[in-house]
Design a protein. Sequence first.
Length: 275
Amino acid sequence: MTRKPESFFEEMKRYVGFSDEDARLLQAVGARMDPYLAGMSERFYDQITHHPEAGKVFTGGQEQIDRLKRTLQVWAKRLFRGPFDEDYAAERYKIGVRHVLIGPPQRYMISAMGVVRTHLQKSLGEVYPSEPAQLEITQLALDKILNVDLNMMCESYFQESIRHLRELNRRLERANFELAELSHVKTEFLATTSHELRTRSIPFWGSRVSFSMACATAAMRNVNCFAMSIPAPNTCFPLITTCSWTLTKARSQAQFARFDLGHVQAVANFSRVFA
Ligand code: HEM
């Protein structure tokens, strides 16, 4: 009979040596830790107020912060209740994913866990003031489960980032493919355009290329490339004049239009990929 493969959660518990005895130690102290959890939430959010970059993700005012303070206490309660099974793992992983979507950088998760750890370890000291042996083993158990919890969060950050990069790569590949197709159309166009048109169109193509380069650069800088034409009527006017001149001279207008449309499409694609 084949054995069920070990889950990420099980492996991480095994790595830090989190045992059934550790689970029992945490559950034994659970109810006595409850009165310390509100203070933990206060400490947690107080620290965030000293870090504007971390605080940016709170967009719902005091009401949101109050709600999250309660959510954090529910999270901490489960540290001392378990059961430390796959359902626990899935819940912790989901919390991580929620944060990836909200956007605080991963470094804040790690530091925030440090704040939580210090507070809870200190609180355990107050729960077991005269039982040093019990205190020591319970603190070790707490350390282990916090390490596993942090690992679940970091893993979700990592997996979500990979997913995002894959998606970006897929879009880049699509844009690349479209660019290659357009380049082919351009080669065809140049091959069938007469020498006269090409030489007389130089000013037009010159402006067109600079304009497109500017668009692509703007797109990479997250600037809407269409907006560029609005504040630059002085640039656009000679360009449009040259355009109409060239259009009247163009021998293969159908191909010209095809190339031109394709060109705009390519710039728009750049815009989408780098947006
Ligand atoms: C030890 C680290 C942390 C833990 C255990 C934790 C825990 C949680 C939990 C349990 C939730 C609710 C998730 C849900 O509703 O699905 C949550 C949501 C949230 N957390 Fe954290 N968090 C941590 C770190 C942080 C940090 C460092 C920030 C900001 C810098 C942050 C900002 C938020 C925000 C903005 C939400 C959701 C807001 C909403 O739903 O309105 N968290 N967190």
